[in-house]
Write a protein that binds this ligand. Structure first.
Ligand SMILES: Nc1ncnc2c1ncn2[C@@H]1O[C@H](COP(=O)(O)OP(=O)(O)OP(=O)(O)O)[C@@H](O)[C@H]1O
Length: 250
């Protein structure tokens, strides 16, 4: 049992073609990286999976729970692309508040927030107001929010954007530590950096999956003469160039 989208159709505005049409996807174990050009539908897919928005048609379930149910929301954590700071809340208060929204009792949420912040190396900023944090620090607060309530599925929308190289390392270590027990679906534009660390790679193009499978299979798309260290980028380009079939159903 896992995250499963079955025949989902979703878009923005009835007059515009849907972003995802009759879209089905089953998330494998471990860490899956979601790649695709701007506008491909990555955030839309993550929002449906997070139950932030409901599909016009189709079903979304996780471990048999229906998206929209309280149990589903408690099992799933979503980190959006833009994390909005709250000037009245410190990092600890922010993380505890999200834990409470996810169904933790206030005391547990408050007591566990520092551990979640420690895991993203942000203990020193626990008492800093969130509007005073840098963009990268705020994203780490977002990751701490995802960790605090013990979610079984993490949906991360470009989590490493704005992080410095060391923080990316820390972040990847956290994911590696989590993935034996937690499934992760993470969008990124950072192909070279992350594809090699992922268990699986899914590539979206124009609302369609043009590749999904183990990272090794993804990297096998790179031409043999790809420069060392550029295999992921070359594989991604090769897949997209092979996937540029016009959409006939729009
Ligand atoms: N709130 C919205 N209202 C109208 N259109 C939207 C909205 N959100 C997304 N779209 C449109 O839906 C399509 C898919 O967007 P989405 O954000 O899912 O793509 P993405 O792959 O995450 O892109 P990016 O890499 O730029 O974040 C785009 O054409 C986008 O303009």
């Amino acid at each position: 049992m896992t995250l499963e989208l079955v025949s989902c159709t979703h878009g923005y505005g009835r007059r515009r073609p849907p972003v995802l049409k009759d879209f089905s996807y089953r998330l494998p174990d471990g860490l899956t990286v979601l790649l695709g050009p701007n506008g491909a539908g990555k955030s839309t897919l993550l929002k449906l999976a997070a139950s932030v928005t409901r599909p016009r048609r189709g079903t979304v379930t996780f471990d048999g729970l229906d998206a929209g149910s309280t149990q589903y929301r408690q099992a799933v954590a979503w980190m959006p692309q833009n994390i909005i700071p709250m000037r009245s809340l410190t990092a600890r208060e922010y993380v505890a508040y999200v834990g409470w929204l996810k169904g933790m009792n206030r005391r547990d949420a408050w007591e566990q927030a520092p551990q979640a912040l420690a895991r993203v190396e942000l203990s020193s900023q626990a008492d800093t107001k969130t509007n005073r944090l840098s963009g990268g620090q705020l994203r780490r607060v977002g990751v701490a929010c995802a960790l605090v309530h013990g979610a079984r599925l993490l949906l991360l929308d470009e989590p490493t954007a704005g992080m410095d190289p060391r923080q990316r390392r820390v972040f990847r270590d956290i994911l590696t530590e989590l993935t034996p027990t937690v499934r992760v679906l993470m969008s990124t534009h950072d192909v070279a950096d992350l594809a090699e660390e992922a268990d699986q790679v899914t590539v979206l193009y124009d609302g369609r999956i043009v590749h999904t499978g183990e990272t090794r299979a993804f990297l096998a798309h790179a031409p043999r003469d790809a420069a060392p260290g550029r295999a992921a980028e070359a594989a991604y380009t090769a897949i997209l160039e092979g996937g540029l079939v016009p959409r006939l159903d729009g």
